[in-house]
Each structure stands twice: as structure tokens, then as C-alpha cells.
Design a protein. Sequence first.
Length: 565
Amino acid sequence: MSRNFTGRFKISAYCFLIFVLAGACQSGEKSATSSVSLFNDPIPPAGADFFLNVTKSSGIDFRHTIGDDHLTNIIESVGGGGAFLDYDQDGFVDLYMANGNFHHRLSDREFEPEQVHTNQLYRNRGDGTFENMTRKAGIGHEGFGMGVTIGDFNNDGYPDIYVSNHGPNVLYKNNGNGTFSDISKKAGVAGDESSVGAVWLDYDNDGLLDLYVGNYLSFDPDYEFYYAPDGFPGPMSFDGEIDRLYKNLGNDKFEDVTVAMGVFNENGRAMGVGAADYDGDGFVDIYVANDHMVNYMYKNEGGKAFKEVGIPSGTAFNQVGEGTISMAVDFGDYNNDGHLDLWVSDDGYCSLYESQGNGIFTEMAYPSGIAVAAAQHVGWSSAFIDYDNDGDVDIFKANGELKHLYGQEDQLFENVGGGKFKDVSVTCGEYFKEELVGRGAAFGDYDNDGDIDVYIVNLHDHGVLLRNDHGNDKNWIKLHLVGTASNRDAIGARIKIVSGEMVQIAQKKSASGYLSQSDPRIHFGLGDRTTVERIEIIWPSGATQVLENVEAGKIITITENEDAA
């Protein structure tokens, strides 16, 4: 099949050569067009593979680093993440990745770095290729980066970027002209912990995005008591750190309300963090995946406080009552029963929590067919995505060893109905035979052709851009929500679509998976259906909006209480 681009462009294979300076992708300090890069392959046509590795033709030559030449401690093993965002609002999602760097406390021997590494921003050119805009945008942070979460905290129409770090975090305010400003200290959200996951949410529905930051552990580089084959001490060798909840006060200011809102917990070791209204009461709740211990579910009690309900909700432990090495967090309705379910990846069987619709979940990883296949790998970022556009969400899972730079194959679990999943990885492309040390992953339609592509950040290695070449064999619709009375990103909005006998729900989320954030547009696969008879949106403000008889195969913008465009 020839590749179809239904956005603003059409391309033919072998039309473009990408010239990108390799050094710019490492440091962000030189022109991205001043020298020929190794990443200049012609754009390949679609073939038999469902997912095709197009990294070397995309112009994205980002390489993650742990800062030195050997994995020596738990902090180095945790990062990093990436995010799809449309930072310049041109209709095509761009990419931003968090990078590690040399850090004097994270090496147990003398090491001389050859260069300073930074986070990287790649602008989507709209023709299937990207260009490095890090230096021009002023966004090449040189800290030890972990995760990325995106949110328009000041409702000006341009997405802002929060980077969690080992050390002070960074809030980049989008200036609306292709550049960003670091306002971390002014805003009061820098902190000084070892942060990992973070998520934007409007917990009190006041129209301003608040911020929850998951903090990891208090690392001591001098602690050396551990089992030698492990390589270095594990997370329980160190004290946990307190997560932070920041309330958006407006005017670029935030207030730490961790204690006041009831989310203070000094024993946590947060990894992935997610937020969604799991019980349908109109207020967004928070889930924290912790390392080697019980996970937290913070129920939002009307925007006034949070209550930790992990154990009574059934989401604190895995299927055998263990606190696992939990990583990714994602919410989605995998069985299309109208209730948000929860997926948590870990170093073993993983957990698929099926909502019973009353605030209680049942763990279904084994009966669903996922557990045995998942347990052969260590799962990091993963998410619910309808990769084949058949109308039910599947699961993509990035894998990699915990304490060594040993690669593992990523996995794709197809939702085959009846609450069951099937590992179809090896049938979906040669990429799934590659062994990489996966960490963060972002999911989005970078070429606007109607199916979900994937970008994976690999520990101390080049990232991978996977192009979905056959999802758009079936129909789809994509919704870009714009809040007015609600926060502009419409984070927390609940969507239901009806197409024939098929009914699907989704919720607009911020971060998903592990240390990462996906395409801000909400994607629904429709199978062979050509029309969506009804789209119902419940905005965070409480307003309900209905659209009828919408044609499939379109990206539509829906503004709160206005007609769709």
C-alpha cells in the first residue's frame, strides 16, 4: 500500500534527504543544518510491517545519556521521557525529550565528559521530518532530566513544558513565538528533590491547571551495601521523598498545597504518575506508581481534599498482593463498558485493573492473557492505544533491563475482545525483534494520517520513531478540545462517541505511561464505520456539549460551547 498523508501534505518515498548536525542533537548549541548527519536516510514507503522504524529518515537523532560510560546507580537507571506537543500551534505535533547529563554525585569514579548534554526539542516540519530547534527555542536544559509533562498553565493557547529532574525541576513558559522562558523559581515549582513522574490536572475545576510532582528517593552516593550481581543498591536502600502538589494561583504563581490537600506521604518512591476521574464524579483523581512498594490512589473529594484509597479501591497491589516495581500509569476503557480502567506496568506480570463502576477495581492481568507474556520483560512506559483503529484500545509496552544496559524487545498486545489480549509483537514489524533498553514512550499521530505512531526514549542510546503504516486502513476520528470556562487544554474532559452499535469513552489526560506525554488530541478508531452519530463532551466546568453526524477521517477542533471546526 502506498502511504497516505491526510493532513496538510503528501509525500513520495525518497523525496527528501535530511541534513542535521549530529552535535546539535547532543548539545543543542550549534545549528541543526550546518553539517550532514548520519540520520539522513530517504523516507521509506509503507510495506508489510504494521510499525516501521523511520528514525534515520526523520531527522531525529536524539541520543539519551546517563552522563558517564557505565550504569552505576539507581538514579541513572530511571530516566528519561519524551512528549508529543504542538509547541508552535501549526497543527503538527513536535517532540521534546528529557536527557541525562554528567552529574558529580552520580558517578563512583573519575569521568571526564566530552560535552554537555541537554534536553532536545524537534519541530515537526509537516513532511514526515523534524528539525532540531533546541537552541533557538532556548529550551536545552543541562540538568539531569527525567520526565516531561505538558500543560497550558496560563491558558494563552500555547503549551508549556515541565521537566522533572534529579535536582531542581524546570517550568518552561511558552512565549508564543517559538521560544520559551524558564520561570521555575518565580513560579515556585522548582523544588530540590529527585523528581520522576509529574502530571498536570485541574483538581478544583477553577479553570487553571495545577501540578502534581512525584518524587523518588534521597540518593546517597556513599551507600555501598548491596548484592554485587545487582550492580548497585536498590530503591529500598534509600529513604523515600515527599511528592508535591502545586495549586495554580494565576499570574505565573503556584502554591505548595501538599499538606493542606491531604497528599503528604513521606514514605513514597514515585515513578509514574497519572490523573483521571476514575469514579466519574467530575473531579480528577491521582494515581502514583511507586517503586518496590504499595501504590497510591488519591480520590479527589470535591476539589477540597484528597483521600488515599489504594487498598480499598483494589489498586494498591498486584494480583498476588505484592507491592511491585511499578512504572507506567494509564487510564482507558479497554472493555468498552463505559468505565475507566487502569494499566500499571512493572518488572513482572504488570497490572490491568478493571473498573467495576463503583470505585472498585479487579486485577485482570492474568485472565486477560497479558501476565505471562509481560513477565518475560521489564515493563517501563506503556499505554492504551488503538493501534489498528478497530474501536478498542490495545497496549504498547516498552521494555528494558532494570540495573544493566541489557536490551529487551518491546511488546504490543492486541485487544481481541471479551476482556482478552494477544501478544502480536512479532507479527507487527521487524522492529519488535530489536533489543533496546526502553524507558519513556510517547504516542501520537505525527504525520496526521489517522493512526497512532510511537516515539521511544532508550536509556543511554538513540531513541526510535515508529511510523504506523496500516492503522489507517480502518476509519478514525480525532478531537482537538479547547476549553473556555474550563482549562484551555480541557484536561479532565470526558468524551463519549457513538458510531453504530459501537460506544467508546475517553478522558483528556496530561501525562500517560512513564515520564512521558502523548498527542494532546483524542483519537478514536472506528473500524469500517464512516460516521460518528454522536459526540458527547462533559467539560471540566460541568457543561455538556453534543455534536451529531460527524464524518470519519477528520481532525476536528471543538471549542467549549462553540460549533466544531
